[in-house]
Design a protein around this ligand. Sequence first.
Ligand SMILES: NCc1cccc(Nc2n[nH]c3ncnc(Nc4cccc(O)c4)c23)c1
Length: 232
Amino acid sequence: ILRGSEARPHLKPYMASLQLDGQHVCGGFLIAPQWVLSAAHCIEETHGKLFQVLLGAHSLTEPEPHKRLYQVHAQFPHPGSNIHNNKDDLLLLQLEEKAELNADVRVLPFQREDRDVAADTVCEVAGWGTTDHSGSRPDRLQQVERPVISRDVCNHRTRHDGTITRNMMCTDSRRKDTCKGDSGGPLVCGGVAEGVVTAGSRVCGNYKKPAIYTRIAPYAAWIDGVMASADA
Ligand SMILES: NCc1cccc(Nc2n[nH]c3ncnc(Nc4cccc(O)c4)c23)c1
C-alpha cells in the first residue's frame, strides 16, 4: 500500500497473509470459516514451496493472541485465469481446517448483487504490500481509502485503454495506491467486499494507471459451487 497508514490493529479481522516459505506474497480474506479468497496470480511460482495462510495478524512477526498459520488443504484458481492477462484473477483456498473465529478472525461478506459500485464511492483496501517504489515491506497491516472511478474513465485510451471488462472495477491511483504484495486483498465499500486486488499493469501510484480489481459479484455462483463441492 503506497502512502496509506497503519491499520487499527485487528479491526480488519478478515485479512489474510498468503505466505511462501514463511514470506508474505499476497493478501486474501476469509469468506467462510474454511475458505480464503485471493488472486489466481498469487500461486504463480509456488510449485514445491510451502504455501500457508496467516490469519488473526496485524504484525507479520510479533506474537499476537489470535495469530495462526494455516496449511492449505486445496487451491482452486478460477478456470478462466491465466498468466497472460487479468481475466478471472480469483483463487479460492481451502484451509486444512475451519479457522477458529474470534475478535481477530472474522468472515467478511462479499457483494452478491451484480451492480457497479458508483463512481466516487470511497472504498478502502488494506495489505502488507510494498509501501514505496524501492519495495519496502511493512511489518504491520497498512490501509488506504480510494475513490472508485467509472469503467469508462478507466478504459480511456490514456488509462487502461479498453481492457477493463464488466467483471473488473477501478480506483484512482494518484499517489495513494495498491502495490506489490497487495494482490488478492479485498476492496471494501460500505463494509462489503466488492473487489479483489489484481496487479494489472503492476504500476503503483501513477494516476495514468488506476488500480484494478476483479469484481466479486459476477463470480458468486462459482465461489458457492467450489465451496459446496470440495470435500469437507
Ligand atoms: N497499483 C496496482 C497494483 C496492485 C497490485 C500489485 C502491483 N504491482 C506489482 N505486482 N507484482 C509486482 N511485481 C513487481 N513489481 C510490482 N510493482 C512495482 C514494484 C516496484 C516499484 C513500483 O513502482 C511498482 C508488482 C500493482
